[in-house]
Design a protein around this ligand. Structure first.
Ligand code: NAD
Length: 260
């Protein structure tokens, strides 16, 4: 299959990001994967998995909250592949704590990675795509927490509301360049992030590990937890040519946890 273009996926070493990277590779994109230094080995293994699908792939270790590192990553990708067609700003972190137990440090870390990190990816991908003049797809990771606030997740929800606002603003600016900007807004998806929430909930309430996941599962119209592949299927569509008339949206994929 000839290449459909080059896609960057941040926070791709595990979870939803890894699922998206593998799915976009199956769709025919060459893939530049990003994560932080502690996950560099997993990134290297993922590059091999993508290459086994007969696509080009490269690993780019960078912290998305640091402007210089995002700028350098974009330059590295353009040097290797000659451009960028899809940016998936997936990297994100969660702090599970009440407002009283959320420190300024916790708040700043969540906002820096989730909100500033996504802004920087949207900024440098947009600049590159505009200079190329061939349109593109910019995609962010919102959440059900970007539609509705919830207990124990104040910093996280605030950061995801920021991503929804950023998605709308970037769509407004970039549309005339043929660039669409959308976000996926998952509900509970089976990754290390939800395992961390489950563990934190068990510690705070004295309940058995697994209780939080079961509670969430039972509370939903579709009583299940998503897999990263479920989310990757939506991203595959947003990244495709067929989605050309969709922009500025944060698309819910949440088992009915929240109705827009
Ligand atoms: P995860 O914790 O399994 O993976 C997140 C990845 O991001 C990790 O590999 C981590 O190392 C990387 N990362 C963290 N900080 C980074 C930084 N500064 N620079 C680059 N990479 C960094 O989580 P996940 O569940 O796969 O989440 C992926 C995205 O989906 C996140 O933005 C998350 O908020 C969002 N999301 C997840 C769920 C869910 O239920 N799992 C629901 C809604 C939204």
């Amino acid at each position: 299959m000839s290449s459909k273009g080059i896609a960057i996926v941040t926070g791709a070493a595990q979870g939803i990001g890894k699922g998206i990277a593998l799915r976009l590779a199956s769709d025919g994109f060459d893939i530049a994967v990003n994560d932080i230094p502690t996950n560099a080995d997993k990134l290297t293994a993922l590059v091999e998995e993508i290459k086994a699908k007969e696509r080009e792939a490269s690993a780019h270790v960078a912290d998305v909250s640091v402007e210089e590192q995002v700028k350098n990553m974009m330059e590295e990708v353009v040097k290797i592949y000659g451009g960028v067609d899809v940016m998936v700003a997936n990297a994100g972190v969660m702090k599970y704590a009440s407002i009283a137990h959320t420190s300024v440090g916790d708040w700043d870390r969540v906002m820096a990675i989730n909100a500033r990190g996504t802004f920087l990816c949207f900024k440098y991908a947009g600049m590159q795509m505009i200079s190329q003049g061939r349109g593109g797809r910019i995609i962010g990771a919102c959440s059900v927490g970007g539609k509705k606030g919830g207990q124990m997740t104040s910093a996280y929800c605030a950061s995801k509301f920021a991503i929804r606002g950023l998605t709308q603003s970037a769509a407004s600016e970039y549309g005339r360049h043929g660039i669409t900007v959308n976000s996926y807004a998952p509900g509970t998806t089976d990754t290390e992030m939800v395992t961390y929430m489950d563990k934190s909930h068990a510690e705070l309430t004295g309940s058995a590990p697994g209780t939080f996941k079961k509670l969430l599962e039972k509370a939903m119209p579709l009583p299940m937890i998503a897999t990263p592949d479920d989310i990757a299927g939506l991203v595959s569509f947003i990244a495709s040519k067929e989605s050309q008339f969709i922009t500025g949206q944060s698309i819910s994929i949440n088992g009915g946890m929240y109705f827009d």
